[in-house]
Design a binder for this molecule. Structure first.
Ligand SMILES: [Zn+2]
Length: 498
């Protein structure tokens, strides 16, 4: 990346390109180097950003007034149950609709479908279900097991999911199996591993909990930390990603070893009590209030690299009955960003930290040209008005499972959502088509000369180029020093984003 001049004046350099007049120009306010400033985005007919400047000439004008434009989120962790096991209510159509309405422009779907995504044949069958049915872009993970044909799948899948403990589906490879060589094979194939890290050897088998507090005791934090440690150090070159971290200690261990880390809204905002029923049963479990607060603090400070929902929409009927036998998981793709935007409004989170975790870093991790506003990036963005607060009610959401663990909480839903420069959500209603694409790791790099090599930061997985789209270093996505008070109600510009 060329050096950026310091100062607050809007200047977004991009790769050299022929000056083409924009098809559309969006006028509003954007987050730029830690501040919210008026700006215009010139967008091509194909939905690529051509120019970001105070004034962009030419094209049809779309005036978004004082609203804030932010890149749409990428949810690294959803279970859309397609193809579905018996009794499932979700599929790619319903799941991607909720994503679009919640401000998520791309999702990474997990392989524990029925049948599970364990072979190239099954991956291809699942791919064929995406196009024509999805409302936002979709990437697919394959399951990583001892017999997985890693080399064959690495070229097609967006990465691999490693389950170290039993959860929904039957794909677990516990510690002690030959995980090391499996990880080395994925590293050689240039792909990524998302880990469900729980060490079942540390589960309390003699406990038979009847509430989430007991579930936390049965599958304790130390089982997560042990599972993470068992994978260290990661093989060189591997993008190793800790899914749904639940404790600040796991975050620390993972980040010190160069892993990227995601946290879910339920682990960030909810904690386990003895009064909750099985709707609040998730894997790994909700933790104590103190653990939850520490995890939230590490997210607020930018140590948790990414936000992901772990959307697991079990119908209510399956969540009734004996606690220990009910499936784990809760819906969340539609409420993920609104809940955290609400924290921004309350001054409990900075907008740059949220945008990095929800959009920029997932885009870098997947090697996708999106997640920030610059020439060559896709125009996938949201229009946010922080005055538009809503109380989250399951009946207003679009999850066929019909419930949410966040009932009654405040959310700020995107007023509009643009996919490749085309509006798919207007006034909170879906107005688009089934234009979601099947994306691959590193897919869709902008035409033209490749950007210069990233500034490497040893040990940081996001500094490793992912596929043909070179990922800028974390240094590039950290906000620069400078004043940072765009408005009294928005706390932005914390500098500890790395
Ligand atoms: Zn999951």
């Amino acid at each position: 990346m060329p050096a950026r001049p310091r100062g607050s004046k809007l200047h977004v350099p991009g790769p050299a390109h022929v000056e083409v007049p924009p098809d559309r120009v969006f006028s509003g306010r954007i987050l730029h180097r830690g501040r919210i400033i008026p700006a215009e985005l010139g967008v091509s007919e194909e939905g690529r950003i051509l120019k970001v400047a105070p004034d962009v000439r030419g094209g049809r004008r779309i005036d978004l007034g004082e609203a804030i434009l932010v890149p749409s989120a990428i949810d690294l962790h959803v279970h859309f149950r397609d193809p579905s096991p018996p009794g499932a209510v979700e599929n790619l159509e319903t799941g991607t609709l909720q994503a679009a309405l919640g401000g998520v422009g791309a999702v990474v779907d997990m392989p524990n479908t029925e049948p599970p995504t364990t072979t190239l044949e099954r991956l291809e069958a699942k791919e064929s279900r995406v196009v024509g049915r999805s409302h936002v872009d979709v990437l697919l993970l394959a399951a990583l097991q001892e017999r997985t044909r890693v080399e064959e799948l690495a070229a097609r899948a967006a990465g691999f999911k490693l389950y170290m403990a039993p959860t929904t589906g039957d794909l677990a490879v516990p510690p002690g199996a030959d995980l090391r060589s499996l990880l080395e094979r994925v590293a050689r194939a240039g792909s990524a591993v998302h880990v469900h890290a729980e060490d079942p050897r540390l589960f309390q088998g003699d406990l038979h909990p009847s509430d989430p507090e007991g579930w936390n005791a049965k599958r304790p934090v130390r089982s997560e930390i042990s599972a993470v440690r068992s994978l260290l150090p990661p093989p060189p070159g591997l993008l190793l990603h800790l899914a749904h971290a639940t404790s600040v200690e796991s975050v620390r261990v993972a980040r010190e070893a160069g892993l990227s880390v995601e946290a879910t809204p339920h682990h960030l905002l909810l904690h386990a009590t003895a009064h909750q029923d099985a709707r609040w049963k998730v894997n790994p479990p909700l933790r104590s209030r103190a653990d939850r607060d520490a995890l939230y603090e590490s997210f607020r400070e930018g140590w948790v690299t990414m936000l992901a929902s772990d959307h697991a929409p079990h119908p209510l009927g399956q969540k009734e009955g004996k606690f220990e036998e009910t499936p784990s998981g809760a819906p969340g793709v539609e409420t993920m960003l609104p809940l955290l935007l609400s924290r921004v409004r309350e001054g409990q989170l900075s907008l740059p930290t949220l945008v990095r975790a929800a959009a920029r870093r997932p885009a870098l991790f997947l090697g996708l040209p999106r997640g920030h506003f610059a020439p060559g990036m896709e125009a996938n963005f949201l229009v946010i008005d922080f005055r538009e607060r809503r109380t989250i009610r399951a009946r207003d959401l679009h999850a066929p499972c019909g419930w949410t663990p966040f009932e009654g909480k405040e959310g700020i839903f995107p007023r509009e959502h643009y996919h490749l420069g085309a509006r798919i959500v207007e006034d909170g209603e879906f107005v688009g088509g089934r234009s979601g694409r099947l994306l691959h790791r590193g897919a869709g790099r902008a035409p033209g000369p490749a950007p210069p090599a990233p500034l490497a930061r040893p040990g940081d997985p996001l500094a490793v180029p992912a596929g043909p789209f070179p990922a800028p270093s974390l240094r590039d996505i950290s906000p620069p020093p400078g004043p940072n008070a765009p408005s009294a109600s928005l706390k932005v510009g914390d500098r500890r984003g790395a």
